[in-house]
Design a protein around this ligand. Structure first.
Ligand code: ADP
Ligand code: MG
Ligand code: ZN
Length: 487
């Protein structure tokens, strides 16, 4: 397929809307009590309900509803007091019912948003709706002796609890789509409704993409691209799709509404089928389930149990701790990281220095050891104590840099290590003065230079004192004392 060059693409305005499927972190499936175990042998977590045996009836999991409501609140949606399940009819071998139980014209929640920032520009992306549905099983096309002739089916995933999050067509570039998915994933992980592990298929994303001439009012015809199982693929597929559509329209062709598949090997999207319309699915209300009612009390209770959302936390870190936007962003990337930081900040009493030590030295040690913050051998309390010693001048920054790796190795608190190694900053001013006198006596040439106005030599003299004190003299004290002595 021919792709349009950048100068042609520049004449067009891309429009993007995402449909995101998220698997809820419940112990059981959505309409039966089968376990949701990942990696179980094929067709072992199944029962008459998820196998759709005649007469078996679905029972809605309240755990799934709770997580779906929390997700909706995290996305600032209005949760409807009554929502309804509907059958979406289609035939596919991995769906024994012959339909999906989803929600259609009365979804769980609507009218939400996700705030993104791209290149320093803030923007609000609308969330049209959040609805609940069940997942299908998996067709297995490879790995059997007769795979050239037969396809096998694994129904363990059949009936897995999902929410679908549909965005408004508010995004205008692949970068905005990337940022939207990043924020959405982070919010859902923070409220612990899903692991959002893309590799395990717990977060799946379809991108709807269209192009129109810049300044046009009416959106172009969209293509829906499926199978985007990484952030990188999402971006690549959208950019490919934009270039393909512009080339098509520029050459006088017409876009057809279709479903396309992203091929990760070629980096291209290929047509899969013409896009079905809602009427193709013959939606009708699910007769086996009563309407879902979410009372105000229940909603309020769930809202009260929600942790602070990442975007709010980020903002608070800036105002409360005086952190830079970037630092606040890094420290709120995951909930464990943000909790670790807050403890270091509080124990140390010096939030800014705490941020530097956490993002600098400790992050470096963790990275080298291939560990996450949750696995840090240095506890937040101990890092806080170390930072406090530096802030109070009991330990020089230089000594602290030597102490931290030892804490990392042994899991010890800084106190015992500092005592054992005699690293405490010299509080005995007489001893510091003695070293300074020795350094002055031993370096008459530099002293002369300083007195004749070459003040840059001060750095050398301070260095000599620090060396003689094995880094234990406080640099500011040494500086002051030297200046006084040299006049
Ligand atoms: P369907 O079930 O047909 O996929 P949905 O309502 O579930 O329809 O999702 C439609 C998605 O397509 C939404 O994310 C919406 O923002 C997006 N969309 C709608 N029109 C356009 C368009 N012209 N260009 C790009 N995206 C669009
Ligand atoms: Mg859809
Ligand atoms: Zn089951």
């Amino acid at each position: 397929m021919e792709l349009a060059p950048p100068e042609l693409i520049a004449k067009y305005q891309p429009v993007i809307g995402l449909e995101v499927h998220v698997q809820l972190a419940t112990r059981t499936k959505i309409f039966c009590s089968c376990e949701m175990a990942f990696g179980a042998p094929p067709n072992t977590n199944v029962c008459p309900v998820c196998l759709a045996l005649p007469g078996a009836l679905p029972v809605l999991s309240m755990d799934a509803v709770e997580l779906a409501v929390k997700a909706s609140l995290a996305l600032h949606c209005r949760v409807n007091p009554v929502s309804r399940f509907a059958r979406k009819n289609y035939f596919y071998p991995d769906s024994p019912k012959g339909y999906q139980i989803s929600q259609y014209d009365e979804p769980l929640a609507e009218h939400g948003y996700v705030d993104i920032t791209v290149d320093g520009v803030k923007k609000r992306i609308g969330v049209t709706r959040v609805h609940m549905e069940d997942d299908a099983g998996k067709s297995v096309h490879d790995g059997f002796r007769d795979s050239d002739r037969n396809t096998y089916v694994d129904l363990n995933r059949c009936g897995a609890p999902l929410i679908e999050i549909v965005s408004e067509p508010d995004m205008r570039s692949s970068d905005e789509a990337y940022a939207y998915l990043t924020e959405l994933k982070q919010a859902l992980q923070f409220v612990e409704v899903s692991t959002c592990d893309m590799e395990k298929g717990h977060l799946r994303c379809d991108a709807n993409v269209s192009v129109m001439l810049k300044g046009a009012e009416k959106f172009g015809t969209r293509a829906e691209v499926k199978n985007l199982n990484s952030f990188r693929f999402l971006k690549l597929a959208i950019d490919y799709e934009i270039a393909r559509q512009v080339a098509l329209v520029e050459s006088g062709g017409r876009m057809v509404q279709e479903t396309r598949l992203f091929n990760a090997d070629s980096g291209e999207t290929v047509s899969m089928r013409s896009k079905e319309d809602a009427h193709d699915y013959r939606y009708f209300p699910e007769p086996d389930l009563v309407p879902l009612r979410v009372s105000d009390e229940w909603k309020a209770r769930l809202a009260a149990s929600m942790p602070e959302l990442p975007a709010d936390k980020r903002q608070r870190f800036v105002t409360e701790y005086g952190l830079r936007e970037y630092d606040a962003q890094v420290l709120t990337l995951t909930r464990p990281m943000s909790e670790f930081y807050e403890e270091v900040a509080s124990v140390s009493g010096d939030p800014k220095t705490a941020a530097n030590w956490l993002m600098g030295d400790l992050a470096g040690l963790l990275k080298a050891a291939g560990k996450e913050i949750e696995e840090s051998p240095v506890s937040a309390k101990h890092l806080g104590e170390l930072v406090a010693m530096v802030s109070k001048g009991e330990l020089t920054g230089k000594s602290a840099k030597d102490v931290l790796p030892k804490m990392f190795e042994t899991g010890e608190a800084p106190g015992p290590i500092v005592d054992r190694e005699g690293l405490k900053t010299m509080s005995d001013m007489g001893a510091v003065e003695k070293i300074i006198d020795d350094v002055i006596a031993a370096n008459p040439k530099q002293v002369e230079q300083y007195k004749s106005g070459k003040t840059a030599v001060m750095g050398f003299l301070v260095g000599q004192v620090m060396k003689a004190s094995r880094g234990q003299a406080a640099a500011n004290v040494v500086n002051d004392m030297l200046k006084t002595k040299l006049g």
